[in-house]
Design a protein. Structure first.
Length: 262
C-alpha cells in the first residue's frame, strides 16, 4: 500500500460531514473491512471506524473483524477500535471471546484494554478479564489487571488479589492500583499482609494508597502504618489518609496511544 493511498483514506476518514447529507463513511469503511482482500487496507478501515464505533454499522463490522479476520494486525486494530463502541450488545461478547481464544498476544492485550473501557462491570467482561490474569503473556496479564481496575467490579476477583504475591514487581504494583480502584473492603487483610512483606518502595506506596481507599475499613491498618519507624511509609500513610490527591499522582493507568494504520 502506498503512502498516497493511506493519505487519501485517512483524509476521507477525518473529513467533516457535509451539512444536510447523511454520512456514508461508516458504511463504506465497514464494507472495506468486511470484503477487501488487502489486510493493510482492512487495518486502515478498522482504524477509521473507531470514529464511528457508536454506530451499529461500524460496530458490527468491527465485531466481525475481531472474531473472524484472518490477519492478526486487523483483529488487533478492530479490538482497539471497539473500545469506543457504545451500547452494542455484541461488543463485550466479541472482545471477551478474543481475549480468551485469540492466538496472538497483541490481539488479546488490545481486547483486554478495550474491555477495560467498555465493560462497565458487565459479568462477561469481568469473567474474561479475570481468566486473562493467568494468560501466558505478561503483557496480557498486566493489561487485564489494569482493565479490572478500570471496570471496577463490586468485589475484587481472588486471582487479582493473588497478584499481590507475584514475583514481578510491576505486576504487584498494578494489582495494588486495581484494588485501589475497586475499593473492596474484603481485600484489606491481603493488602496489609502484602505490605508487611513488600520491599520495593514504590509498590509499598501503592499498597498503602489501596488500603487507605477502603475508608473506615482501613483504619486499623492505617494506624499501624502511621506508627511505622520508616519515615517514607509513615508519610505515605498520612498523605493517603488525607486523600484528595495528597499522596501525589498515580502512575497508572498507562495511556493507550492511537495506533497508526500503517
Amino acid at each position: 500500500m502506498t503512502a498516497a493511498t493511506i493519505e487519501q483514506l485517512t483524509a476521507s476518514i477525518n473529513a467533516p460531514e457535509q451539512q444536510g447529507r447523511s454520512d456514508e463513511r461508516p458504511a463504506m469503511l465497514a464494507n472495506v473491512l468486511r470484503t477487501d482482500t488487502s489486510a493493510a487496507l482492512r487495518r486502515v478501515a478498522a482504524w477509521g471506524l473507531r470514529n464511528f464505533a457508536d454506530k451499529d454499522v461500524a460496530a458490527d463490522a468491527l465485531v466481525l473483524a475481531v472474531t473472524k479476520d484472518r490477519d492478526a494486525s486487523v483483529r488487533e486494530m478492530a479490538a482497539w477500535a471497539l473500545a469506543h463502541a457504545d451500547d452494542n450488545p455484541n461488543v463485550i461478547e466479541a472482545l471477551s471471546s478474543a481475549l480468551r481464544r485469540d492466538t496472538d498476544s497483541k490481539v488479546r492485550a488490545s481486547a483486554a484494554w478495550a474491555l477495560g473501557n467498555t465493560g462497565d462491570k458487565e459479568e462477561g467482561a469481568v469473567e474474561a478479564l479475570t481468566a486473562a490474569l493467568a494468560d501466558t503473556s505478561r503483557g496480557v496479564r498486566m493489561r487485564a489487571a489494569w482493565a479490572l481496575g478500570n471496570v471496577g467490579p463490586k468485589t475484587a476477583p481472588q486471582p487479582l488479589v493473588n497478584l499481590l504475591s507475584d514475583s514481578d514487581v510491576e505486576v504487584r504494583k498494578l494489582a495494588a492500583w486495581s484494588l485501589f480502584r475497586i475499593e473492596d473492603p474484603a481485600t484489606v487483610p491481603a493488602l496489609n499482609a502484602a505490605m508487611q512483606r513488600e520491599k520495593d518502595k514504590d509498590t509499598q506506596r501503592a499498597i498503602i494508597r489501596a488500603i487507605a481507599a477502603m475508608g473506615e475499613h482501613s483504619v486499623e491498618a492505617i494506624k499501624a502504618l502511621i506508627d511505622s519507624k520508616d519515615p517514607e511509609v509513615r508519610a505515605t500513610a498520612i498523605r493517603a489518609l488525607a486523600g484528595g490527591g495528597a499522596a501525589g499522582p498515580w502512575p497508572w493507568p498507562w495511556p493507550e496511544p492511537r495506533p497508526q494504520p500503517w
